[in-house]
Design a protein around this ligand. Structure first.
Ligand code: ADP
Length: 317
């Protein structure tokens, strides 16, 4: 079983902490690189500015998202580069950063026989919360909508309930930086919606980094985003600007199943979607790529595949 990520050290609430927190505005990542001992370059000169609010880090599996999240969460060292949170040097002040951090890792282990209430209370103890703990635990259980099942064993929870419990534990100690790594994988649409609502509420006050390979997560929640693949940042900015860059450049055509392979060889196809059982090719092109194609309104999935396939929309570096 994977253990909980519990912040090291006790939570302080000194005047210095408060003054410090007020100064926290942005997470700045500069020239971060990491090559694992097996030779995989998971992070390749990553630079990002992440403001308050929900920030979507979008990339396919293996892109380097978890490596970046773990590095920001001070759980692993980069080979080079810097990270600052406000004026705090993240890599040099790990225990201070952990006091400001709420982390929901990809593999979130739970103790199946313990109730939600007892587990949350236990984590709060480990995080150094003593006075007001009962009120805090009760408030968090209500906030993530698990109050009615607080006495039930975690092992019987659905995927969505487990993720909401994961958010509750990440919120202990009023974090200023929250990292959630692939939180919606495996959730059904209703659970995903409840989780979106919860995250968007939280995202108003603090920095929330949402790492995901699911385009819809970013579309629903994030005013700012980055696309990464093979350890490199391919786009960073707002979804709206990314969409603007694709205006009049995404062409679509419904084609017979038998021609998909050939057309994919011949044209800069970024994706094939199924619409009512029929393949529809999406192509990135400045002009009409072939007869039958018409310009279509780009969506975030087009943005994602355009960058992943290595195209550079106008106005982008
Ligand atoms: P993502 O979260 O986007 O799926 P990861 O950061 O987990 O990406 O992985 C990026 C790349 O680094 C992948 O090729 C993965 O196999 C590799 N990788 C991740 N962790 C390790 C590790 N501890 N040792 C060696 N390779 C790793």
């Amino acid at each position: 079983m994977v253990g909980f990520q519990v912040a090291a050290g006790k939570r302080g609430n000194t005047l210095h902490d408060k003054q410090h927190l007020n100064k926290i505005m942005e997470l700045q990542i500069r020239n971060l690189s990491k090559t694992y001992s097996n030779g995989v370059k998971a992070l390749d000169d990553v630079s990002l500015s992440i403001p308050r609010g929900m920030f979507g880090l979008l990339g396919p599996n293996g892109a380097g998202k978890s490596s970046l999240m773990r590095t920001i969460a001070t759980l692993q060292e980069p080979d080079s580069g810097t990270i600052t949170l406000g004026d705090l040097d993240v890599l040099q002040n790990k225990s201070e950063v952990r006091r400001l951090l709420g982390y929901l890792p990809q593999e979130f282990g739970i103790y199946p026989k313990i109730s939600a209430y007892d587990m949350l209370d236990h984590i709060a103890v480990l995080k150094g919360i003593s006075s007001g703990r009962r009120e805090l635990v009760e408030e968090l259980l209500r906030r993530v909508n698990l109050w009615d099942v607080r006495k039930k064993a975690l092992g019987g929870f659905s995927g969505g309930m487990k993720q909401r419990f994961g958010i509750a534990q990440a919120l202990i100690g009023d974090p200023k930086l929250i990292i959630v790594d692939e939180p919606t994988a495996g959730l059904d649409p209703g659970e995903r919606n409840r989780f979106y609502n919860l995250l968007s509420e939280i995202g108003e006050q603090v920095i929330v980094i949402l790492s995901t390979h699911i385009v819809e997560d970013v579309q629903e929640l994030c005013p700012q985003m980055a696309i990464i693949d093979k350890g490199r940042v391919l786009y960073s900015g707002s979804p709206a600007d990314a969409l603007y860059g694709l205006q009049n450049r995404i062409w679509s055509c419904s084609v017979p199943r038998s021609s998909v392979h050939e057309m994919t060889q011949q044209l800069p196809v970024i994706s094939t979607r199924m619409v009512a059982g029929q393949p529809v090719l999406h192509v990135f092109s400045e002009q009409q790529p072939a007869d039958g194609f018409s310009v279509t309104d780009a969506d975030l999935e087009d943005v994602f595949f355009t960058y992943i396939k290595g195209h550079k929309p106008a106005g982008q570096a």
